[in-house]
Design a protein around this ligand. Structure first.
Ligand code: 5GP
Ligand code: MN
Length: 321
């Protein structure tokens, strides 16, 4: 198989795509690769396409040149997809993938479907940004690229605390720090800082959360009416699921928000036992063992009933229920 480097050498222009509702790792890996290529393959014309992403990520170099609209009709020699585990996750940018001469996907999701011509998936890596680091020549990573990759790792590890954080993750983060990046500021301004609206939504989600299955599970849900009241955007929900997960005694946390009438976006997290990637994949989504998501139809109670059956089966099998 050709190496990624060999594939890059053959292209004159490339599109970089992430996934819908881009998160920190998605934006960090896309811009990290763009900055790296600007330094190492200056002959290659690169355009990043991503849906609108949180304002807090705008400080990254190249963020202002990202195209948020899929309508330019450009066709690329090469399409590089980062952090997206299946083709549906490309959303409105799928056309660039469909028409590209060559497609490559670099990812860390165990549920990656292998939809690109060349797929490089490392499920043991915390973030796509971490996978990219292992494919790059370290000396050619400049400060701008390092900021992007570091931010990606920070977000997917929940600031180096989720179970996906390995010794290697820490060593790579350390090497990125040595590029001179403002690591404290990146963590504070992109991860911990919340807008007033985000804090209000977090408060409301926690206040209305419900424990079930003997306290092993917790859920909270936003219906469209509530989202309209707060003028909330899904980007405002970052962090809610993680706060639910750390409720004492909880093994599995579920957060839902209504995306259309009787359609819910589901986020799931587990602490030690439940494999939520299996459950998400069963319902057409995907993710990781301890963090996964999908979209489901029905009322909040339909969705919870359907998910509960799978969670309960896993807890019974593990002998904890
Ligand atoms: P989150 O709950 O933060 O949205 O997502 C957790 C993890 O599950 C992420 O790695 C994300 O990529 C994955 N994920 C969330 N929703 C979906 C989905 O609808 N489809 C797939 N394939 N993965 C998802
Ligand atoms: Mn990721």
């Amino acid at each position: 198989m050709e190496t990624i480097k060999e594939i890059l050498m053959q292209a004159e222009n490339a599109a970089i795509l992430g996934h819908i509702r881009p998160d920190g790792d998605c934006v960090g890996s896309c811009l990290g690769l763009k900055n790296y290529l600007a330094a190492t393959a200056p002959q290659l014309k690169v355009q990043v396409y991503l849906e609108e992403f949180p304002e807090a990520f705008r400080f990254l170099k190249g963020a202002d040149e990202v195209s948020h609209e899929p309508e330019d009709g450009n066709v690329y020699d090469l399409c590089i997809v980062l952090d997206a585990s299946d083709r549906e996750r490309l959303g409105a940018f799928d056309g660039y993938f469909a028409h590209a001469g060559r497609t490559v996907c670099i990812d860390h999701h165990i549920t990656n479907t292998g939809f690109a011509q060349t797929t490089h998936v490392c499920p043991e890596r915390s973030a796509t940004s971490e996978v990219l680091f292992t494919l790059m020549e370290e000396d050619a990573i400049d400060e701008a690229a390092a900021e992007c990759l570091y931010m990606g790792i920070v977000h997917d590890t929940g600031v180096f605390k989720h179970s996906n954080t390995s010794g290697e993750t820490m060593r790579i983060a350390g090497r990125l720090m040595e590029k001179g990046i403002p690591f404290s500021r990146i963590i504070d301004s992109t991860f911990y800082e919340k807008t007033y609206r985000q804090n209000q939504l977090l408060g409301r989600a926690l206040m209305e959360s419900v424990l079930f299955m003997n306290g092993f599970c917790i859920f909270s849900a936003f219906r469209q009416k509530t989202m309209e009241f707060y003028q909330a955007d899904p980007k405002d929900f970052d962090g809610i699921i993680d706060q639910l997960r750390v409720t004492k005694g909880v093994e599995c946390a579920i957060f839902l928000y209504e995306t259309a009438s009787s359609e819910y976006k589901v986020s799931m997290r587990s602490n030690k036992i439940v494999d939520v990637s299996k459950i998400a994949a069963y319902f057409g989504g995907g993710g990781h063992v301890r963090a996964a998501g999908c979209t489901m139809a029905g009322s909040v109670y339909d969705v919870l009933n359907n998910l509960s059956r799978h969670i309960e089966a896993q807890l019974l099998e593990a002998g904890v229920l």
